[in-house]
Design a protein around this ligand. Structure first.
Ligand code: DX5
Ligand code: ZN
Length: 223
């Protein structure tokens, strides 16, 4: 599977978001990762569906929307209407993850499920037939710039093994949190396909640095 790099706009310069998105596009971003936080499911607040709409108006790249909210069902239609291509729902945020995934699919978007570091893969196994993506959190969700949890590599490996042994293998594996030039290769070897990167990519010195970093990540992921 081709490896994909997804800049997380949580670490972009919010007052210059369009500039940063254009820089990331030019540098070869495959898709954009947008974090939605409600201050309840995670102890932080971030973007809302209107930011998804804003992003949709400035880029044709796929938008990967990571819902860190309680009661995710109430925000699914708003984010799909705003232009999300993939909606990622935490298993821990709802009693009825199967229903939430079905709701995403019924609206015509791709559906993904997210597992926190402490959540076992057992909780997503029966979702394989209906999901397009599984996001393995490699930090506690809520903030950019945290340290990668090496213990999650085993989980990624195990998920990839499960994928290789099921007929319902039509999903990609994404990782989010602490992805940089030291951790991406390990995650890729463990079986991840899509790599979210926030603080590693943004906050540097302009276009050429961004471009070098993204190319470096891609090379390390593909090696
Ligand atoms: C954290 C978010 C991430 C965040 C990653 O809860 O889900 O998408 O932007 O940031 P880095 O790459 O800095 O760990
Ligand atoms: Zn995220």
């Amino acid at each position: 599977m081709t490896k994909k790099i997804a800049p997380s706009i949580l670490s972009a310069d919010i007052m210059n978001l369009e500039r940063d998105v254009k820089i990331a596009e030019k540098a070869g971003a495959d898709l954009f990762h947008i974090d939605i936080m409600d201050g309840h499911f995670v102890p932080n607040m971030s973007f809302s569906p209107s930011v998804v709409a804003g992003m949709r108006s400035i880029t044709d790249k796929p938008l990967d929307v990571h819902m860190m909210v309680d009661n995710p069902d109430q925000y699914i239609k708003p984010v799909v209407d705003a232009g999300a291509d993939t909606v990622l729902i935490h298993t821990e945020s709802t009693n009825h993850i199967y229903r939430s995934i079905e709701l995403v699919k019924s609206l015509g978007a791709k559906a993904g499920v997210v597992v926190n570091p402490g959540t076992p893969l057992e909780n997503v196994k029966y979702l394989f037939p209906i999901i397009d993506q599984i996001l393995v959190m490699t930090v506690n969700p809520g903030f950019g710039g945290q340290k990668f949890m090496p213990g999650m590599l085993k989980k990624i490996e195990r998920l990839d093994q499960l994928r290789q042994t099921t007929e319902d293998d039509n999903f990609t594996i994404e990782v989010d949190g602490g992805i940089n030039d030291e951790t991406i290769q390990q995650c890729s070897e463990a079986g991840a396909d899509i790599f979210v990167a926030g603080s590693y990519l943004f906050g540097g010195e302009g276009e050429s640095e961004f471009s070098d970093k993204i190319q470096n990540l891609r090379k390390l992921a593909e090696d």
